[in-house]
Design a protein around this ligand. Structure first.
Ligand code: ZN
Length: 139
């Protein structure tokens, strides 16, 4: 598993220089996700054409984990089908709550650094916020 400094580096990078934290004028799906236990609050927007997520963005505020997780999620989701996105959401949620295979961990790319959140129950909802919002939105 990754060491702590790598984990912190990735989280910091996604908070200082998020790729996907902006508005999305031509979005056709929009949903707010709130995690009251931490104060995380995001609005997720996707542009879905023929079941493919062609673009996505989020805005909002919250802790470093919630924001970085949403940013890394969009890295993974953009360009995928909704169905593939839901499959990744399932892998991510199993990673946070339990265990996944090495192959599955690779599929999550950078988002895999959040695996250790499973040892921090208070932060699970922060890491899951973006993914939970995505699921609610497309299911
Ligand atoms: Zn949080």
């Amino acid at each position: 598993m990754q060491n702590n400094s790598f984990y912190n580096e990735i989280l910091t990078e996604h908070n200082l220089h998020p790729y996907h934290k902006h508005g999305l004028a031509d979005a056709n799906l929009e949903l707010e996700g709130v995690n009251p236990s931490c104060g995380d609050d995001i609005i997720l927007r996707l542009k879905v054409v023929d079941d493919v997520i062609v673009d996505g963005a989020y805005e909002g505020e919250g802790c470093a984990i919630s924001q970085a997780s949403a940013d890394m999620m969009l890295d993974l989701l953009i360009g995928k089908s909704k169905e593939e996105g839901l499959r990744l959401a399932d892998i991510f949620s199993r990673m946070i709550k339990d265990k996944i295979s090495d192959e599955e961990l690779e599929e999550l790319e950078e988002a895999g650094v959040l695996a250790d959140i499973s040892h921090m129950p208070a932060r699970v909802k922060c890491a899951m916020l973006g993914w939970r919002t995505f699921r609610e939105m497309v299911e």
